[in-house]
Every structure is written in C-alpha cells, then in structure tokens.
Design a protein around this ligand. Structure first.
Ligand SMILES: [Fe+2]
Length: 294
C-alpha cells in the first residue's frame, strides 16, 4: 500500500513523464473511438479527444499515489472510492466483463465516483504493449519462463509479441505450469503436438489469423495467448476468432489461453516499478473477480 503521509506530487509533471515514457504524441492509436459516448463525454479531457490517448480524466492538481489496472472495472473504481486523489494508470480505457459484454465504455457513473475523490485516469494501450521493459507479452513471457529470442507482430509501429524457448517438455506439463504462474482456476488448451519448445507469447487477445501465421513462420510449435475462448458478442470479433481457429487446423500449433485479464495484469504489476523509480507511491489494483473468472 502507498504510505499515507507522502508529499503529493504534481499531476502535470507526472503526466509529462508518462507522455514521454509512452510516446503519447506519436498519435498512432485512436483510443477515443468506442470509448467516448454520450453517457461519458461530458467528463473526458479535451486534450484526450485531440491526442486520442493519454490523460483521459483530469482530477485535482496534486496526487498522493499512482494506481495501475488492466481495465476500469467497478471493483477497481470501488477500491479507489475511499482513497486520497490518485492517478489511475489503466491499460484499457474500458470496463471489462468475461462474458458476451466484453469491453464496454467506462460509464458516467464510474467517472463521477472517480471524480468525487479527485482521481485522474491515464491510458496507455499499444505503447505499453510494445514497451521494451513493461511490454505486456514481455512480462508474460518472463512470468512463465519463456527465454526471449525475438519480438514480432507490428502493433502501431513496434513489435508487441514475443517468441522464445523453454526446455522441451510435454504440453500438459507446460500448460499446468502456465496455469499456476498466472493464478488461473483453469487453463484453455488445444493440443496439436505432444511437446513444446518454441513458444509464441501474445498477451491480451492474440486470437487473430495474422498473429498465428507470424508465430508459425518464426518456427513456434506453441502459442500462449490471452483469448482462446472468445466470449465477446461482436460479430467482427467472432469472425476473426473463427478464422484464427480455422487457420490453426492447417498450421497445427498447440494453443494455450490464459485469459485476457490474467495475461495482461503482469505488465500492470511490473510497471509499478516505473513510479517507484520516480519516488511516487504506487500499487496495482487487482480485480479478484476477473482474476478468478472461470
Ligand atoms: Fe488487452
């Protein structure tokens, strides 16, 4: 927990540091689309609407701590409801449900709860995925002991995924090791080969045909991804997911799905170090419900 008696830091200087760290002005990604709605637009930072990333909600000018999260869920908002003004650094500018609702815009009600305490909200999506230290696939590969040999899959100007090696073992053994490492109650596995050695690691989603093709071309026998069971009820998402599964009938990689939340939370745990390095108290906000979602 952040100490209770630290000197608050200027939001403005913290944002300048983050904009620099996450290359916010490169303008490669549009985080406004789908996220800004009639219900929440009243509270969105005008600079966010222009830059399409970065500081989405502006709270008070001095913050006592930074909190990190994968999504802005009701449980995360609840954790902040009795805290002094903080900056919440989120990977996704969305609420999330592990069912057909999938990603949903943050509601006006959620924003009002954050605003009541003076909290601010900062989003880093692609720049965090591709970051050379805090990258989401990088953090996932490290956690499960995949020794990186390269990165692949260009994502808004930089490679996001990781390819690497583990000591040769059975798929069952590796999948169980992944399940334990990710604190999952269960792990999704599709077996095509008995053993694993060269692993493609793609945190978050990963269930896209072009990612799979690149993993195959790099010699991977197994792909560790976020979303092997895609429940999000969006037609385009489901079509891409089916194409991904169809392609794998030909390429025959073992597939291991660790869930969107559990594969991305590691980066948001790791990025706490960035703020510790700045001398700013920081903690990760866990969402226990998503962590343990079956
Ligand atoms: Fe994600």
């Amino acid at each position: 927990m952040p100490a209770k008696d630290t000197t608050p830091v200027s939001l403005k200087s913290l944002i300048a540091e983050l904009d620099n760290e996450f290359d916010v002005l490169s303008g490669r990604e549009d985080l406004v689309r789908w996220a800004v709605t009639e219900d929440n637009c009243h509270w969105i930072n005008p600079t966010f609407l222009k830059q399409k990333t970065g500081l989405m909600i502006v709270g008070v000018g001095k913050v006592h701590a930074v909190r990190t999260s994968v999504f802005v869920t009701d449980r995360v908002v609840e954790q902040l409801s009795d805290q002094r003004p903080s900056l919440l650094l989120t990977h996704h500018q969305f609420n999330y449900f592990e069912d057909e609702r999938g990603l949903q815009p943050i509601s006006g009600e959620q924003i009002q709860k954050l605003a009541k305490q003076g909290h601010s909200l900062y989003v880093s999506h692609a720049p965090l995925d591709t970051h050379p230290i805090y990258g989401s696939s990088l953090a996932l590969a490290e956690e499960v002991g995949v020794k990186q040999t390269g990165r692949f899959y260009d994502y808004f100007g930089a490679p996001t995924a990781v390819v690497g090696e583990v000591g040769e073992q059975t798929l069952q053994d590796f999948a169980e090791h992944v399940r334990k490492s990710l604190l999952r109650p269960k792990i999704d596995v599709m077996q095509e080969r008995p053993h694993v050695r060269t692993i493609a690691v793609v945190a978050g989603g990963g269930d896209l045909p072009d990612v799979l093709q690149e993993a195959y071309d790099l010699g991977a026998d197994t792909m560790l991804l976020g979303t092997l069971e895609n429940r999000w009820g969006i037609r385009g998402v489901q079509i891409a997911h089916q194409e991904f599964l169809q392609l794998n009938k030909k390429l025959k990689l073992n597939l291991i799905g660790g869930s969107h939340y559990n594969t991305e939370r590691l980066a948001m745990v790791k990025v706490v170090r960035l703020f510790e390095g700045m001398g700013v108290p920081c903690e990760f906000c866990e969402d226990e419900e998503l962590l343990r979602a079956p």
